[in-house]
Every structure is written in structure tokens, then in C-alpha cells.
Design a protein around this ligand. Structure first.
Ligand SMILES: [Zn+2]
Length: 278
């Protein structure tokens, strides 16, 4: 569930609190969350400096020494930053160390559904290797012309294009629905059917909704909390997502929910008329 605004909120928190610190140990409680990484490889991180935390799409990259510890939060992955060793239920990995002031920290990675993944990559050439090499341009910074081209070059339904991380990285179900409503585009419209102008409107809506959500600390649906236990509040601003049957905030028509490409999809049948059949 965490999408770009939630992962970026986590990134900012962790980057501010951990940059300049030192890693003293990595404890793997559930080795099956590791991808192409043996638990023993994580020992190389001990004694290394924490340079910072980056984000690519929905991936979080903790830069330690000359490596990235890469987290994919998937459905329910979450971090808690604590002053003591206190594994919670479903904590699968703990990074412990000292922050730049010498205070101990314990970073718990917790994931009840266990779809989350962790891998270790050398920073040199990391962009060329999985999972980083499977990502399209970042949804927060993608340029307008690039965005228009990636939408219009596919005949797939526009919502599925938005969700395809290899095309555009960072947007998930919530922000796809919200951006399509803001740009008055029906989620099942083929990308290739959109005019340049409508695709440009969608580009603007994607950027707008992501930035607004980021300002509100993301959306707390189900169990999203940032590493300090703070929820986001953007869920109160959703115009369609999770509002099935409630009045559209633009025209008061009840919001509809359909399943599209296996995903629950929310839209206003009046503001977002279905694509014309050709
Ligand atoms: Zn409406």
C-alpha cells in the first residue's frame, strides 16, 4: 500500500534521523524476506557509515558504506525507529547502530503480510541491477513530454499504465484513482486514445496529488504510520478513493467502484465519462 508520498515521508524522516550515523549490526529474524542476498552478506555493513536514505519509485534505499540496503514495502511494510531493542510482532529485520550524536537506535522493519522485500546492492552500478533497473521515471519529477509519450504510446487502459512501475515509478492504486478523477479521465480509457492535452492534464494532476499528499504526510489507510508512529492525513482529502457510494466532491454523483485489471478502482461516472467505443 505505501505509495510515493508515504515512502517519501518515510525517507525524509529516516534521512534526517539516521544520516551520519554508524551501523553496529543487522539482525535478520526472517531470512525469507531477503532477495538475492544472504544474511551473512549483511555483516559487511557493520561499522559502516549511514550516508543517507534515498527513494526510487516506491523503493527505499538506505545508503550504508558503499552499499544500498533496499526495501520494498509492498502491502504492509513499515519501519519503527526506537531507542531500544524491542522487536514487534512481525518484525523481520533490525538495523541497529548509533546516530551522529552517538545515541543508540534500532530500526525495525515490520511486515505482517510478508510481501515486503529487502536486498543489498553495491552502490556502484546499482541502477543497472534488479530491482532498480525495472523502474520507469519517477512520478514526482517526470517531465511533461516524457509523461505524455509514455501514456500515449500504449493501448492499455490508462490506469494500468499509471500502475506499471516499469513505465512510471511511484504511483499505486490510491493516487492513480485520485489523479484520474482530478483530470476527468475514465480509468479504462486506452492510453493511446488520450489527446496530448488530456495527457498533459493527467501529468499535472499526478504531480499535484502526489505533492499535496506529501505535504500531509501521505494517506493512512489500514496501518500506514511513519517511522516515528505518526499517521498521514491525506486520506481526508481523497476525492474518490475509498469513497464508494459517497457523493463526488465535484458534482455530488455517487462514486462508483469497479474492478479494473484486478484492482479496485474508484471514479465518478459523471466527471469521468467512459471512453467512446471506436
Ligand atoms: Zn463527479
Amino acid at each position: 500500500m505505501p505509495e510515493l508520498p508515504e515512502v517519501e515521508t518515510i525517507r525524509r524522516r529516516l534521512d534526517g534521523l539516521l544520516s551520519g550515523g554508524v551501523v553496529e549490526g543487522v539482525e535478520v529474524l526472517r531470512p525469507d524476506i531477503l532477495r538475492e542476498t544472504r544474511p551473512a552478506a549483511l555483516r559487511a555493513l557493520v561499522g559502516e557509515r549511514l550516508h543517507g536514505v534515498r527513494r526510487m519509485g516506491k523503493l527505499l534505499l538506505v545508503e550504508i558504506g558503499d552499499r544500498f540496503l533496499v526495501f520494498h514495502l509492498k502491502m504492509t511494510g513499515r519501519f519503527s525507529l526506537l531507542p531500544n531493542r524491542e522487536p514487534e510482532r512481525h518484525t523481520h529485520l533490525i538495523v541497529r547502530g548509533r546516530d551522529r550524536d552517538g545515541q543508540p537506535f534500532f530500526l525495525n522493519f515490520t511486515d505482517p503480510r510478508r510481501f515486503g522485500r529487502v536486498s543489498l546492492l553495491a552502490t556502484a552500478g546499482a541502477e543497472g541491477r534488479a530491482p532498480l533497473n525495472r523502474l520507469g521515471p519517477d512520478a514526482l519529477t517526470v517531465g511533461r513530454d516524457v509523461f505524455i509519450a509514455l501514456i500515449r504510446s500504449s493501448r492499455r487502459r490508462v490506469k494500468e499504465i499509471l500502475l506499471d512501475q516499469a513505465r512510471l515509478a511511484g504511483v499505486g492504486n490510491i493516487y492513480a484513482d485520485e489523479a484520474l478523477h482530478r483530470s476527468r479521465i475514465h480509468p479504462a480509457s486506452p492510453g493511446s486514445s488520450l489527446t496530448g492535452r488530456r495527457a498533459a492534464r493527467l501529468h499535472m494532476a499526478v504531480g499535484e496529488v502526489l505533492r499535496e499528499a506529501l505535504e500531509r504526510g501521505g494517506s493512512s489507510i489500514r496501518d500506514y504510520l511513519d517511522p516515528c508512529g505518526e499517521p498521514g492525513s491525506f486520506q481526508d482529502e481523497h476525492r474518490v478513493y475509498g469513497r464508494t457510494g459517497e457523493p463526488c466532491r465535484t458534482c455530488a454523483t455517487p462514486v462508483r467502484r469497479v474492478t479494473l485489471g484486478g484492482r479496485g478502482t474508484h471514479f465518478c461516472p459523471r466527471c469521468q465519462p467512459p471512453p467512446r467505443r471506436t
